[in-house]
Design a protein around this ligand. Structure first.
Ligand SMILES: [Zn+2]
Ligand SMILES: [Zn+2]
Length: 482
């Protein structure tokens, strides 16, 4: 972000913005609790663990499968060696049951937690995810999953299935944040000042978990699953670079999951249409040799407040916030000749977002003119600071909902509310039908209640196997249905 280098104060503001607003979700590292603690979640009032407690007993039975035959399914230690009893030539809930059973095997749960913990201990920032990427590739090698590397410097495009259409993609992000972890636990970050405080360690682990399940079920896949491990979601628009490097080649639909501290552990949440806002920044410079740029800037700031409050549709949520203003020094006896200020804008549609861009520029230039000053406004359109809105395709959203209900039952899914955060997954959604969804990690008993980008952020790791199963079910079911 070149504008950052020109102004230390703006840098500070942008860092705070990025750390607190821009991205999306939340994670935390849940110190292992005793089984008694885990098995006594009913102390919390808004947790529905009814389906979660039944993970070891499939909820749905296929027509041809009695309760006893289902429970008698036995798997070897390796998922790859597992014998699959349903051929799943036509998708049924029994296929979901099998996937869930594979994911929640104790050996698999232990493995997926260990992957997440290794990544958590070694957080790496945007485009520096070298060891994280190496760890993922090592696991893919062991699973005998083919992949292409590198894309976008550290990114990976793995492939499971027939190698033929249809191609469906699942994406995880790998980067961490410049935050010092405040959670004291066995697997705390070993890199000072860096932390997986947004759950991308869990995202990578869950996608690897899906790879393991899908590889074991490769003979059932009626097409190809592409697994995208992406760098630089928090900064740098890694998604754009991945697309440029061919991540979406042949892919007709894509899905991604983010952890959420607002949803109980392992519950999936999403919605059709707008889910996350488009996000951008602006910086204005007002100059005036014989006038007062401070007065012009002050008037501009007040006038900008009128865009959302007086011009936009109140049912179409938008944000324009000025987050810094300065004239470069603190000399109280000299009139300023130049004032800089800037902030952020958010909207849930490209139309509203573009209108905000237009009005912000018009207002600042007009207000400068009122006070005999001149102004320039920069939206950094050529940098990596603009994120489009994340709008879920209705068919893909329905697919997620149906897949989750097949997997864990209706109590495992809820409609999520849109939020003003942003996600670079929206770049994929501008090209092909996409759906973004959340997986809950909220568990008051464990303390996984903190928002993402908090140094206290931690997750309930019991969500991990369910996340892996959800990815696998969404992908396999998509290939089966298309
Ligand atoms: Zn984030
Ligand atoms: Zn995130």
């Amino acid at each position: 972000m070149n504008f950052i280098l020109k102004n230390s104060q703006f840098l500070q503001i942008i860092i705070i913005l990025i750390a607190t607003i821009i991205s999306c979700t939340f994670i935390s590292n849940a110190p292992e609790k005793s089984s008694a603690q885990i098995q006594n979640p009913r102390k919390s009032t808004d947790h529905d663990f009814s389906y979660f407690e039944s993970l070891n007993k499939p909820i749905f039975k296929s027509k041809n499968q009695s309760s006893s035959s289902s429970s008698s399914n036995s798997y070897s230690n390796s998922l790859i060696e597992k014998k699959i009893e349903n051929d799943c030539s036509v998708w049924s809930r029994a296929c979901g049951e099998e996937i869930l059973e594979m994911a929640t095997k104790p050996e698999n749960v232990k493995w997926i937690k260990s992957i997440r913990r290794k990544i958590h201990e070694n957080p790496e920032l945007a485009f520096e995810e070298h060891e994280t990427s190496a760890l993922i590739r090592k696991e893919l090698d062991e699973l005998q999953v083919k992949y292409r590397f590198p894309l976008a410097k550290t990114g990976i495009r793995a492939m499971i299935g027939t190698g033929k259409p249809p191609f469906v993609a699942i994406r995880a992000d790998m980067d961490a944040l410049p935050i010092q972890e405040a959670v004291e636990w066995e697997h705390k970050s070993k890199n000072a000042g860096k932390m997986h405080a947004c759950g991308h360690d869990a995202h990578s682990a869950m996608l690897l978990g899906a790879a393991r399940i899908l590889k074991a079920r490769e003979n059932h896949l009626k097409g190809t699953v592409i697994l995208i491990f992406q760098p630089a979601e928090e900064a740098g628009n890694g998604a754009k670079r991945m697309i440029k490097d061919g991540a979406l080649e042949n892919v007709e639909a894509i899905f991604a999951m983010h952890i959420s501290h607002l949803i109980p552990t392992a519950v999936i949440g999403s919605r059709s249409g707008p889910l996350l806002a488009g996000c951008g920044f602006f910086k204005a410079v007002i100059t005036g040799e014989l006038a007062d740029p401070i007065l012009a800037a002050s008037s501009s700031v007040i006038s900008l407040q009128g865009i959302v409050s007086r011009e936009s549709n109140p049912l179409d949520s938008q944000v324009v916030s000025v987050t810094f203003l300065n004239n470069g020094d603190d000399d109280v006896d000299v009139r300023a000749k130049k004032v800089e200020f800037g902030g952020t804008l958010r909207a849930f549609s490209n139309t509203s977002f573009n209108l905000l861009l237009k009005r912000i520029e018009e207002i600042i230039i007009a207000q400068a003119k009122v006070y005999k000053c001149s102004a320039t406004v920069d939206f950094f359109k050529n940098s990596d600071t603009i994120y489009p809105p994340m709008v879920n395709d209705d068919r893909m959203y329905q697919h997620v909902q149906n897949s989750v209900i097949d997997l864990v039952g209706p109590t495992g899914f809820r409609v999520a509310q849109p939020v003003m955060g942003a996600e670079d997954f929206s770049f994929y959604s501008e090209i092909i039908p996409a759906a973004f969804f959340y997986i809950g990690i909220k568990n008051e008993t464990l303390g996984s209640i903190h928002s993402p980008h908090s140094p206290h952020f931690m997750i309930d790791e019991n969500a991990l196997p369910i996340g892996a199963a959800t990815h696998a079910a969404i992908a396999e079911r998509y290939l089966n249905k298309h």
